[in-house]
Design a protein around this ligand. Structure first.
Ligand code: XLS
Ligand code: NI
Ligand code: NI
Length: 436
């Protein structure tokens, strides 16, 4: 039986680019084949639970703007929320969703009660996920909202908080596995500091390293086959977050022996906060072999904080998917909309319009990226640019078969004087523009 929250809306359909229907897909046709694969299987869209069904519309200067019948802290309301959430997944025909423990169940009086409520909700979800219902892209634990985590979870000066967080992650991994979640995410919102004056950075990094090793050890112990993902972010809510960006995370993983165990979930807005472009983070993760999944939500370029807006810039999204495809596309990862409405967008229909639009933008972006790949539009100039390295002598230098003296000797013998060549940036930008 329907909750009636979405009135008489019917599932969003693909109607083609000319459609005027604001709740129809103009570019996202899940069954369209792109590079030999269905669009739905390329994009692997996921809707997040927290921004859509938990966030009340607050901002730093104001409280709740949304009025939702499930706001409250009873299990009954949690189930109503789940009913509405699954109705929305259905209306959008998204293949995946994502959630934190905290999003789906009211906190209990004790840890045990919180876990049993989570288990009860997982059972409730399992029923709705049967028979072609949406699947779980990833599960995660909220280790940042409760005041016990104000000084960090794994990096807390108090070992009891470390233990509480560890127990919470165990419960969330269990539930994720039970629901066949394809990944498990850790975003360290409080794993950082407000001031160095009260922070022992070396100790906190070691705590975080041990925590993540515990997670990986447990994953192997229970035979969980999903991917463990870290989500980098430079700051907010902390002044400094240890998982600053992809490069920092990679150094951290190396240091604690986890570079082959853990990958990254890269969020567009977090990349911008770190002073990078989204594609920089994607390309670097692919290069380092740790690319996992994406959170496809942008920031406002003027605001300087995580505004979590739905994507709406096709050229930006196209470049992002270009690097996702270059990395071989998603395996267990996908496109999660960690995005929220603006707080004035009060209507249930706004939730649908936001996602439909975002999915369309992503579909356009991915199709443009696929065409660039098919035409090898950027690949050929790149090959050409590095062609000199095919030369035997160049290869010998690269493979460590030449010493510094030998190279110097050859340069003076041959009188080599390199000729600068154009980087052709504008030409390449024009090529991209042709596709987007
Ligand atoms: C916050 C993060 C968070 C993670 C999941 O900025 O993006 O929402 O994706 O904990
Ligand atoms: Ni974020
Ligand atoms: Ni995120």
């Amino acid at each position: 039986m329907s909750t009636g929250f979405f009135g008489d809306l019917t599932p969003a359909r693909y109607e083609g680019p000319e459609s005027d229907n604001p709740l129809a897909f103009r570019h996202y046709n899940p069954d369209e084949t792109v590079l030999g694969k269905r669009l739905e299987d390329h994009l692997r869209f996921a809707v997040c639970y927290w921004h859509n069904f938990v966030w009340p519309g607050s901002d730093p200067f104001g409280g709740q703007t949304f009025e939702r019948p499930w706001f409250g802290d009873t299990m009954e309301q949690a189930k109503l929320k789940a009913d509405v959430a699954f109705e929305m997944f259905d209306l959008l025909r998204v293949p995946y969703f994502t959630f934190h423990d905290h999003d789906v169940r009211p906190e209990g009086e004790t840890h045990t009660e919180s876990v049993s409520r989570l288990d009860e909700m997982a059972d409730y979800f399992a029923g709705k996920m049967e028979n072609g219902g949406p699947k779980l892209l990833w599960g995660t634990a909220n280790l940042f909202s409760n005041r016990r985590y104000m000084s960090g979870a794994a990096t807390n000066p108090d070992p009891d908080v470390f233990a509480y967080a560890a127990a919470t992650v165990k419960a969330c991994m269990d539930v994720t596995r039970r629901l066949n979640g394809e990944n498990y995410v850790l975003w360290g919102g409080r794993e950082g500091y407000e001031t160095l004056l009260n922070t022992d950075m070396g100790r906190e990094l070691d705590q975080l390293g041990r925590f993540l090793n515990l997670v990986v050890e447990y994953k192997h112990k229970i035979g969980y086959e999903g991917t463990i993902l870290l989500e980098p972010k430079p700051q907010e809510p902390t002044k400094h977050q240890y998982d600053y960006d992809v490069a920092t995370v990679y150094g951290f993983l190396k240091r604690y022996g986890l570079e082959n165990e853990v990958k990254v979930n890269i969020e567009q807005g977090h990349a911008i906060l770190a002073g990078h472009s989204f594609e920089h983070e994607l390309a670097l993760a692919a290069t380092l072999g740790i690319f996992g999944s994406i959170d496809m939500n942008r920031n406002d370029y003027q605001s300087g904080w995580d505004t979590d807006q739905f994507p709406n810039n096709v050229p930006e999204v196209a470049i992002a998917y270009y690097y996702v495809l270059q990395a071989g596309g998603f395996t267990t990862g996908g496109t999660n909309f960690d995005a929220k409405l603006r707080r004035q967008s009060l209507d249930p229909e706004d939730l649908i319009a936001a996602h439909v639009g975002a999915m369309d933008v992503c579909a356009r972006g991915l199709k443009a990226a696929a065409r660039m790949i098919e035409d090898r539009a950027l690949e050929m100039p790149l090959e050409e640019r590095y062609a000199g390295w095919k030369d035997a002598e160049a290869q010998a230098m690269l493979k460590g078969e030449r010493t510094l003296e030998e190279i110097a000797e050859r340069v003076s013998r041959e009188g080599t004087d390199p000729h600068p060549r154009s980087g052709q940036q504008e030409k390449l930008e024009n090529i991209v523009n042709k596709y987007v």
